[in-house]
Design a protein around this ligand. Sequence first.
Ligand SMILES: Nc1ncnc2c1ncn2[C@@H]1O[C@H](COP(=O)(O)OP(=O)(O)O)[C@@H](O)[C@H]1O
Ligand SMILES: [Mg+2]
Length: 258
Amino acid sequence: MVRIEGLEKRFGFQHVLKGVTLAFPRGKTTVVLGPSGCGKSVMLKHLVGLLKPDRGRIYFEDQRIDTLAEHQLGPIRRRFGFLFQQGALFDSMSVGDNVRFPLREAGVPDDEWSIQRVRHVLNMVGLEQSIDKMPAELSGGQQKRVALARAIVLEPQVILYDEPTTGLDPIRSDVINELILKLARQLEVTSIVVTHDLASAFKVADRMVMLHEGHVILEGLPEEFRKATDPVVRRFLRGEASDEELAAIRAAGTPRRS
Ligand SMILES: Nc1ncnc2c1ncn2[C@@H]1O[C@H](COP(=O)(O)OP(=O)(O)O)[C@@H](O)[C@H]1O
Ligand SMILES: [Mg+2]
């Protein structure tokens, strides 16, 4: 469905992705794990042409997309729903208008079908009754759900979730997890979930991938991650810093009390 081959990306002297090859199978939920700053968002942005590779290729259904011009990317982007890391609703628009926005952009007329479609996706995320509210009247978790409704309003085949539970408490996170599972089942979409929330990862994943220092260091089933022997993967799953990192902090001395 979606494939990355030999993706390399640098920003100045920083070599973020050093040759990433991955396939995201149709209808499955793949969770991409990795520490902050390792290039997870950068990888997602390549899938929809928001960034261009320095080296490597991106394919959507056997069509190479990284070489397409901006005007050719429109129809491809419409097949993707993207839940950005920063929820990014338009503050000055009601919930309903936020969700309708992609329909208007795609040239769908504001007819009865369009209104029903907005209601339908808001109903899927449990917020149909908030259609006339403004984003500021909603909690952080509800805003994420509105952003998710907006991401699915054009019936995407692939949904990209960039840290969908970051900043939410455990209960609100679990609501998002349930929605990811529900959308995967009901819409039969291919889902790619970037996260460092392990509870969320193990709840939604069919497959997992771990990025580390610009490379894929492990990919496989959740059971394979639980049983992993690679020390980097094990430390990540246990939330432990490495001996070198701990030694550096201990060696740095203690701040003096005044
Ligand atoms: N547009 C950009 N210009 C320069 N540096 C960037 C840009 N986007 C990301 N980076 C850098 O690339 C690295 C990976 O970023 P990112 O993919 O956002 O990490 P994360 O895995 O936390 O999502 C970071 O060091 C970030 O500062
Ligand atoms: Mg990120």
